[in-house]
Design a protein around this ligand. Structure first.
Ligand SMILES: Nc1nc2c(ncn2[C@@H]2O[C@H](COP(=O)(O)OP(=O)(O)OP(=O)(O)O)[C@@H](O)[C@H]2O)c(=O)[nH]1
Ligand SMILES: [Mg+2]
Length: 343
């Protein structure tokens, strides 16, 4: 290569790398540049140490401009109709002139390599709208790690001017609790029919919901959906009032026929207003921030432990003692913890 070409190449390369400098990304994001937002989130999702530092800087810059959106969590078993609902629901916000970001926390994606938002096909209209940003679940080996990335992505989206953040999670395990802790409003989608309405539903999830929405209330399903709604309403009465003084509501919808979806929107609007008036809206967020501090700290300690080669060697050695029946698992954990503390 001639010197001039090399110089050119270096210049181009610098320009390219410059695009990921937090400051420049931030400026572009603030102007509503979606590709900058995308790069910013990629930075937040990266495990590379240098990227991590840049990501922290970017998040820090975004903080003063974040917090102005309404954050809505949407959960439910696979096939309940989350994606179809988000497509219809998201469009309602867009119609009001709002910018909508859809993010995901998917505990199954790290195992299967798939992602709940991989099926953008069901969000066809939404995904091409210029006021909509859709981002699949980040990969990660721990749910806590995945959740941290999503939480930071929320801040980035808000700084980039998004008014509504929808967070989809599949209702199969721990992820609901984690998502509940990063949103203002938590929506549980449920199917009707199939015997006892309350069978198979973890009480804990019902208790977390600000609203229960029975999906697919169309065709032959209308009657069973209404019956289900009644039963859920009765069941919710048995729960103590939640800390925000909000009484969870039950609604039925058909996302495909666009029936009842606007009622969900109206419900969230009144929730928002009521909590702002009562002063709970921002105090809840502060509570969430504090609990995230503990979560982040736990993640850091875990990651420090499991990336320490010396500890891993010791852990292997002690595992063999447990295997041989020479130590109980508790004794083993205690032993390795002491070793770690003295490290
Ligand atoms: N009849 C009817 N079918 C619906 C409705 N909403 C969704 N479906 C159908 O239910 C199936 C699952 O819908 P999705 O929106 O992909 O469900 P999901 O909860 O996102 O599923 P996962 O991404 O697998 O967790 C699809 O075949 C949809 O066409 C509805 O309002 N009425
Ligand atoms: Mg889906």
């Amino acid at each position: 290569m001639k010197k001039k070409n090399i110089d050119n190449w270096i210049k181009k390369r610098k320009e390219h790398l410059g695009k990921n400098v937090p400051d420049q990304l931030f400026q572009r994001m603030r102007k509503g540049d979606m590709s900058a937002l995308s790069s910013g989130i990629t930075l937040v999702e990266s495990v590379n140490r240098e990227h991590r530092e840049n990501a922290n800087e970017l998040v820090q810059q975004c903080l003063p401009y974040s917090g102005k959106s309404i954050r809505i969590g949407i959960t439910g078993v696979p096939g309940v109709g989350k994606s179809t609902f988000i497509e219809t629901f998201g469009k309602l916000f867009v119609k009001q002139g709002k910018k909508v970001a859809v993010l995901a926390v998917d505990p199954t994606s790290s195992i299967s390599g798939g992602s709940i938002l991989g099926d953008k096909t069901r969000m066809n209209d939404l995904s091409v709208d210029e006021n909509v940003f859709i981002r699949p679940s980040p990969a990660g080996d721990t749910l806590g790690g995945v959740a941290r990335k999503t939480r930071e992505s929320i801040l980035l989206c808000e700084a980039a001017g998004f008014d509504v953040i929808l967070i989809e999670t599949v209702g199969v395990g721990q992820s609901e609790t984690i998502v509940k802790n990063m949103v203002d409003f938590f929506l549980l989608l449920m199917l009707s029919g199939a015997g006892d309405e309350l069978q198979g539903i973890k009480k804990g999830i019902m208790e977390m919901a600000d609203a229960v929405v029975i999906t697919k209330a169309d065709g032959d399903n209308i009657l069973t959906a209404k019956t289900a709604a009644r039963e859920y309403k009765n069941a919710l009465h048995l729960f103590p009032a939640n800390s925000k003084g909000w009484i969870p509501q039950v609604l039925t919808i058909s996302a495909i026929e666009n029936k009842g979806v606007e009622k969900v929107l109206a419900l969230i609007d009144s929730f928002h207003q009521e909590l702002i008036e009562k002063g709970f809206f921002y105090s809840e967020r502060r509570e969430q921030d504090k609990s995230w501090l503990s979560e982040n700290l736990k993640e850091m300690i875990l990651s420090d432990f499991f990336s320490n080669e010396k500890m891993m060697i010791e852990l292997d050695r002690i595992k063999q003692l447990v295997n041989a029946g020479e130590l109980s698992s508790y004794q083993a954990a205690e032993k390795i913890y002491k070793y770690y503390k003295n490290d």
